[in-house]
Design a protein around this ligand. Structure first.
Ligand SMILES: [Zn+2]
Ligand SMILES: [Zn+2]
Length: 85
């Protein structure tokens, strides 16, 4: 099940479960649409993968399966995926 993380890992913008501009990678690294387009160039800086729009969990399901409240934020900043070398 998706964690539905509460914020963008890059700019710390709030991304509530109903946010239409929340994007996730296959590991559920979570970013806002602005960062994905303007900062990350469409690739996850953590794993190098691509993003999909995060599906909206219906309200009734959110009651039963609440979204994560644990914020994940890269304090050191983020940027396009870089080669390890
Ligand atoms: Zn962002
Ligand atoms: Zn990732």
């Amino acid at each position: 099940m998706l964690e539905l993380r509460p914020n963008c890992e890059c700019c710390d913008k709030d991304l509530p479960p109903e946010a239409m501009d929340a994007l996730i990678c296959t590991f559920e690294c979570t970013f806002c649409a602005d960062c994905v387009a303007n900062v990350l160039a469409g690739a996850c800086p953590n794993c190098g993968g691509n993003f999909s729009m995060r599906p909206i969990r219906p309200a009734a399901m959110l009651m039963k399966y609440p979204a994560s409240t644990k914020r994940v934020f890269k304090a050191e900043g983020c940027g396009p995926a870089r080669d390890a070398a």
